[in-house]
Design a protein around this ligand. Structure first.
Ligand SMILES: C[S@@+](CC[C@H](N)C(=O)[O-])C[C@H]1O[C@@H](n2cnc3c(N)ncnc32)[C@H](O)[C@@H]1O
Length: 387
């Protein structure tokens, strides 16, 4: 099955996420688009880097709609349709025109349809999400790229991300706010893993990565230097487990808080993890929070501290994980007055410790920066495999 992905703002990181999950068939076809082949079921809610997924259709859009089935048989109600044109040079009026053309042909067949208004050549993520495109029976969005037509199978659930981030009971602005989307990206960068695999976050803080690991059907193992953070993670994971329990898919028996996650206070540079670790996904220590680019001496001190904790952790864990274990790390990079980010530059040391640094889809390490415009401490994503 051929799929189309509309990539998020940091499209190279999104491309890496898809490549880690779907392999080398993933090809970037435009700055914000990728196509790939897969026979897996794709759930957009698990991909932090993708805005929309579409599935290639072989028939024309009208026939697709007329053959549309629901769980109760053929769909006979009123359609809500949208056309998002992602072709090069696409224009709003043209994609709107395509949608109106479909409406007209449907009318000739005695079927009615409401066309969503485009503000652009493509419907925005918010419009698609709020109109439940691809979700509610008869709500169909077509994604057009050149001569190919795809049907939307999922759009980023903006509401669910916001709720997950803001409704959890224990939050702490000082340890930074890892966006749940980035947590998902880190987990996905570890590659496809069997259900129930144990994901370790050795700098778990308030538990954002662990929450996403549970929602992915994995089990979570979190450690952190601070006992306060472990308490926060515990509160958040208990909250999530109560809220979502029935949806967790865990290989080992019924899902209870006890067998879903494990938390412990521990220094990542010398801790002995006593359960088998299948993958490591974490945002490491990022240094002090900053509201302005640091002065040279402060930057040097911060870099040194972060470097020693991160390398200390990788050295410590290397004897505790099997060969081929994947690790995806978000490490700090600092904005300089010239507008560039200064990185830790620790890849050589990491390689010398027995890890391979992965280059997904031939992306260079330079492309793996996650930041908002003007953010002082950005995150550089490093994907490793234990040799
Ligand atoms: C940037 S925060 C991670 C936040 C986390 N992603 C979350 O969801 O809240 C870094 C965390 O690393 C912890 N930390 C700092 N040094 C550590 C060490 N040597 N070993 C383990 N944890 C450490 C801090 O207590 C903090 O919770």
């Amino acid at each position: 099955m051929k799929y189309l992905a509309v990539l998020g703002r940091l499209s190279d990181i999104s491309l890496a996420e898809l490549t880690a999950q779907f392999g080398e068939s993933v090809k970037k076809i435009a700055p914000n688009l990728a196509v790939f082949e897969s026979n897996k079921t794709i759930n957009i809610n698990r991909f932090g880097g993708t805005l929309k997924f579409g599935k290639l259709i072989s028939e024309n859009p009208v026939d697709y709609l007329l053959n549309l089935n629901t769980s109760d048989g053929a769909f006979s109600g009123k359609f809500v349709i949208g056309v998002s044109d992602y072709s090069k040079g696409a224009r709003k009026f043209k994609s709107q025109g395509e949608a109106l053309k479909i409406k007209k042909i449907l009318a000739r067949q005695g079927r009615s349809a409401r066309v969503l208004q485009n503000n652009d050549a493509a419907l925005s993520t918010a419009t698609s999400h709020h109109n439940q495109m691809g979700e509610k029976d008869g709500h169909v969005e077509f994604l057009k790229v050149g001569k190919e037509w795809y049907v939307l199978i999922g759009v980023q659930n903006i509401t669910a991300y916001k709720n997950r981030d803001q409704a959890r009971p224990a939050r702490d602005a000082k340890v930074g706010m890892l966006p749940p989307k980035l947590a998902q990206i880190l987990i996905n960068l570890c590659g496809p893993l069997p259900e129930g695999s144990r994901i370790l976050d050795p700098f778990c803080g308030t538990g954002v990565v662990l929450q996403e690991a549970l929602l992915d059907g994995y089990t979570a193992y979190g450690t952190d230097l601070s006992d306060r953070m472990i308490e926060y993670s515990e509160k958040n994971l208990e909250w999530l487990t109560e809220k979502e329990n029935s949806s967790f898919a865990v290989a080992q028996g019924p899902a209870t808080a006890k067998n879903l996650f494990l938390l412990s206070v521990g220094d990542a540079t010398n801790f002995s993890w006593d359960k088998k670790i299948d993958a490591v996904a974490c945002e490491t220590y990022l240094g002090a929070p900053m509201s302005q680019p640091p002065v040279e001496i402060k930057l040097k001190e911060q870099k040194q501290e972060c470097k020693s904790i991160i390398l200390g952790f990788l050295k410590n864990i290397s004897g505790q994980i099997d060969s081929r274990t994947p690790l995806a790390l978000a490490v700090p990079a600092w904005l300089r007055p010239n507008g560039h980010y200064e990185r830790l530059n620790i890849l050589d040391e990491i390689k010398d410790m027995g890890y391979n640094v992965l280059k997904l889809n031939h992306l260079s390490q330079e492309d793996m920066l996650y930041f908002r415009e003007g953010q002082i401490v950005a995150r550089e994503i490093i994907v490793l495999r234990k040799r």
